[in-house]
Design a protein around this ligand. Structure first.
Ligand code: AMP
Length: 599
């Protein structure tokens, strides 16, 4: 409907134009052509996201360098993909644009998105090139004449060296997740590409964060780039609730299990620092009946695809991954990210947590911390400008209650409007005629929960406040000054959650580090996760141990006989007991058999 024209014709024209704009599709208003607008409409995109609104009009010019600081999940693929597709000249069958991204997963995802965006844009060809797939096949496809190459850096360089891509003709270079690429050590490859695309008309850089290395790229290779930030710089996604739990080192796994059990509808990604952890934890959880698989660098590409396929289709409830393996993973609807340990690199945290809370949805990022890691929380809060909430690991009872009600809710929500079961209803009614509702409920509960309740029956409290609140050793304070010194040193030791123990055994006793470690663990029946640094000398050793377990270790080892003498173990510094005479009078290293007999 055209509005009434006011007296002033200019004013009237303006009003009319503004009305037209309102009736225009919001993507069209950004300058996108009809084919692209129809394609995004088919995808259900109604309004452009913030990064799309800010980037698309600028990028459509084709000649402006651009920096987009945006987290994953903000719609940045369309922000650069749509203008790029509009700028491509379909008649020129060679690489006009390069999109460089850190991982194969992201590479495939971008290519996939481009396929959807160009649904109605005829004769534009894209190709994904990445390591781990046949390079010959990729070369063959490139030779057919491809307009947009989406590449991981290593494979791209390989293809350039084999002359499968002519950099002279590349007009647009997009660096996606630039900070990730630099984290992964692709600096030289990116330099190479930017140095050798001499006819580049514009460079578009997207990054979640802006570390100095990314800034350096923009300085060296971009001309007065237009910089746009979505959300706060270096900030986490506001839709994510960050929570952390403080537990003893040896309780990480149990805490993880509880967090999973406490969130029965969880569709989550667990991050570990090492491949071994990812593998071990997934095996332990799978054995316990969880739908989980690990994603790490030791898997073949085929195995990775299979795992990702299962996770995407939700046949897997949980995915456990190392940071490198998980780069670029974009799965919609992830409800939880769990950090089995906090990453060393704070920016990695942003990437991990960014796997949830995507496309406007809310998400939860849970971090299992040891008390010595809690100092990192403050830095994280500053870095992502969000508050972290310290939450208690739920007790066994709380977990059971949550599971129970989740099950009951599911029971009540079951669709009973129709189904095969109706045939059996009369018989069922008869069978249950004398059974009360309470009894049915009791039986369902017993059937579903007995083993579960048993598991959590005597579950211990896993929460650890922090090292400072723990038991302190009782010292004999003959003189006050040394007492103060001891108190301080004890405080320092406990500050990182570890207690340092002295033991009057050393290399002279025939131990080397591994055998000594085995020995103290076997004796105390503790797991190696509770130990920190081991410092072995000829006559004595010092062992760092999770403060909560120090007492147990001393109790199991101190006073025992070893090689006809008494072993002394006690807290180092404070309460230090001198080795006994027997301890000093050693004249020989024990034989293997003797050590065995001690065990
Ligand atoms: P990206 O940040 O590009 O990985 O996009 C994250 C998710 O948001 C993807 O599933 C996109 O399909 C979706 N998306 C992107 N732009 C829009 C939009 N304007 N409206 C709705 N969904 C969108």
């Amino acid at each position: 409907m055209i509005p009434d024209t006011p007296e002033d014709p200019i004013k009237g024209l303006c009003m009319w134009l503004s009305q037209i704009k309102i009736y225009m599709n919001a993507f069209e208003a950004l300058g996108l052509n009809e084919s692209l607008v129809n394609a995004v409409t088919d995808l259900g995109f109604e309004t452009p996201s913030e990064i799309q609104q800010k980037a698309i009009p600028v990028l459509l010019s084709g000649t402006t360098d651009f920096i987009g600081l945006a987290q994953t999940g903000t719609g940045k693929t369309a922000a650069f993909g749509l203008p790029l597709l509009q700028l491509i000249e379909p008649g020129e069958r060679h690489a006009q644009a390069l999109i460089v991204c850190p991982t194969r997963e992201l590479c495939l995802q971008i290519t996939n998105d481009l396929e959807k965006f160009k649904k109605y844009s005829k004769n534009i060809f894209t190709e994904a090139v990445y390591g781990g797939a046949s390079i010959m096949m990729q070369i063959r496809n490139l030779k057919k004449g491809v307009h947009i190459v989406v590449a991981t850096p290593g494979r791209l360089i390989d293809l350039i060296e084999r002359k499968a891509i002519d950099l002279q003709k590349v007009k647009y270079v997009v660096l996606d997740e630039a900070d990730e690429m630099l984290n992964m050590g692709f600096r030289d490859d990116i330099d190479f590409v930017l140095k050798n695309t001499v006819n580049r008309e514009s460079t578009w850089l997207f990054s979640a964060t802006m570390p100095p290395e990314v800034r350096a790229i923009s300085k060296n290779y971009m001309q007065t780039p237009k910089e746009v930030t979505v959300g706060k710089k270096n900030s986490g996604n506001a839709n994510i609730d960050h929570q952390f739990f403080v537990v003893g080192q040896q309780n990480r796994f149990e805490a993880l299990k509880r967090l999973i059990d406490f969130n029965p509808g969880m569709y989550g990604i667990i991050f570990t620092r090492t491949k071994i952890d990812a593998q071990e934890i997934s095996e332990r959880l799978a054995k316990a009946g969880y739908e989980i698989e690990a994603l790490h660098g030791d898997l073949t590409q085929q195995q990775r695809d299979k795992v990702m396929g299962r996770f995407r289709t939700k046949s897997l409830q949980l995915l456990i991954a190392t940071d490198v393996a998980a780069r670029g993973i974009d799965v919609d609807g992830v409800t939880h990210v769990i950090n089995y340990e906090l990453p060393d690199d704070m920016e990695v945290y942003t990437h991990r947590s960014g796997r949830t809370g995507r496309a406007g949805k809310t998400g939860i990022c849970l971090s299992i911390c040891h008390s010595r890691e809690t100092f990192k929380i403050k830095s994280l809060e500053r870095m992502i400008n969000a508050q972290f909430h310290k939450v208690d690991v739920p007790s066994g009872k709380e977990v059971c209650r949550k599971q129970f009600f989740h099950f009951m809710d599911k029971l009540m929500q079951a669709d009973v409007s129709s189904g095969e079961y109706e045939t059996y209803l009369p018989d069922l009614m008869e069978k249950f005629a004398d059974v009360s509702k309470e009894e049915v409920l009791q039986r369902v509960a017993a059937l579903e929960f007995n083993h579960f309740l048993k598991y959590y029956e005597n579950a211990e409290d896993l929460n650890r406040n922090d090292g400072r609140g723990e038991r302190r050793p009782q010292f004999d304070r003959a003189d006050n000054r040394s007492g103060e010194r001891r108190e301080r040193s004890s405080f320092n030791r406990r500050d990182n959650g570890y207690t340092r123990l002295f033991v009057n055994l050393g290399t002279k006793d025939g131990f080397y580090k591994a055998s000594f470690l085995q020995f103290i663990l076997d004796e105390s029946n503790l797991k190696k996760e509770v130990l920190g640094k081991i410092d072995m000398r000829e006559m004595n050793s010092w062992v760092e141990i999770d403060s909560a377990e120090a007492g147990r270790m001393i109790k199991s080892i101190d006073g025992k006989q070893y090689n006809n003498r008494i072993v002394r173990m006690n807290e180092a510094d404070g309460g230090f007991k001198r080795p006994t005479d027997e301890g000093r009078k050693r004249t020989f290293a024990p034989q293997r058999e003797q050590r065995k007999s001690f065990r």
